[in-house]
Design a protein around this ligand. Structure first.
Ligand code: NAP
Length: 295
């Protein structure tokens, strides 16, 4: 875990709304880095929060976001995208004067739209964010302090965002060992649609198609390591990914259209026995992936 640079002011009271994989891992990482005093969790019911307290991820919890955020100088929303607007509405008028609010949502324009609609403007204390780290697991039991180490966190500050709020959120993520970068909202949503949201759609869709086939038992009996690697992300939380696909619909559809077009061309090449074309797609793909993951 990164140690806290002396110049970084620690968080006095952190409020984590949604103590699951991301919120729980952030709380654990900040505690391990000695970067915050009290950690207050918030969620829909007591079960997950009691577990979070038992694991020592949070110090105490509330089920009302307004009560949880009381006197917190940093509030992090790490709930599914479909829940963001309601949580923001519950927080409005209950934030401390010096509170900075950020989120971990996988798409950013929808969060910015929710913030604008709830507050009537973009408040200077709001810093949209997205850690590019995760697993296919959910809930506080899946959280771990090292999740963000060496991973990127993208912040999409807006013209209205205050420099101080931006710096405080940057410092928070740096303390988890993450590499923090800034990006425009639209660019973020297009890039993540291509590299994360499209692959999830493909994995879910492939497993769904195969699982509907009459001879599915026979098909899955012979599934090997490649199938397991390719479909791991289809075990991710369906509600979270439904929310992401709908919230980032336009960029996801653009990426899906480009992929469908190329898949159609590949199908034609196979139908026509055009081995040269098939080979050129596979060679180009292998080269690109090898370059991406070259040690
Ligand atoms: P998660 O493990 O399911 O945690 C989300 C938590 O939010 C749950 O533990 C739940 O806690 C709470 N919650 C769920 N619905 C809620 C609602 N309607 N109102 C209030 N609280 C609610 O999910 P996660 O993977 O941490 O994802 C959280 C956010 O991070 C999402 O916006 C996601 O897009 C983003 N993200 C995810 C990943 C990833 O790979 N998983 C990566 C980067 C960003 P209670 O049961 O206590 O209510």
């Amino acid at each position: 875990m990164s140690s806290v640079p002396a110049s970084v002011e620690p968080i006095r009271r952190l409020c984590v709304i949604g103590v699951g994989l991301i919120g729980g891992s952030l709380a654990r990482a900040l505690r391990a880095a000695g970067h915050c005093g009290e950690i207050v969790g918030c969620g829909r019911g007591r079960k997950n929060l009691e577990r979070a307290a038992e694991l020592g991820v949070i110090d105490r919890f509330e089920t009302d976001p307004a009560a949880a955020a009381r006197d917190a100088d940093l509030v992090v929303l790490s709930v599914p995208l479909g829940a963001v607007r309601d949580v923001l509405s519950a927080l409005r008028n209950h934030l401390a004067d010096d509170a900075v609010v950020t989120d971990a949502g996988s798409a950013k324009q929808c969060v910015v739209d929710d913030v604008r609609s709830v507050f009537g403007m973009i408040p200077p204390f709001f810093v949209p964010g997205h850690p590019i780290a995760g697993t296919e697991q959910s809930g506080v039991d899946a959280s771990f302090a090292e999740l963000f180490q060496g991973r990127r966190v993208i912040l999409t500050p807006l013209a209205e965002t205050s420099g101080d709020a931006h710096e405080r959120v940057q410092s928070m993520w740096k303390c988890t060992g993450a590499d923090v970068v800034d990006m425009g909202v639209r660019h973020h949503d297009q890039v993540l649609a291509a590299t994360s949201h499209l692959p999830h759609v493909l994995a879910y869709s492939l497993v769904d198609t195969l699982a509907r086939m009459d001879d599915r038992a026979e098909i899955f009996r012979y599934a090997a390591g490649g199938f397991r690697d390719f479909t791991r992300i289809a075990s991710s939380d369906p509600v979270m990914w439904r929310d992401i696909c709908l919230a980032n619909g336009e960029p996801v559809l653009e990426a899906l259209d480009a992929f469908s077009r190329d898949l159609g061309l590949l199908a034609n090449a196979i139908r026509e026995g055009d081995g040269e074309r098939v080979l050129s797609v596979f060679e180009h793909s292998k080269r690109s992936r090898d370059n991406l993951y070259r040690e």
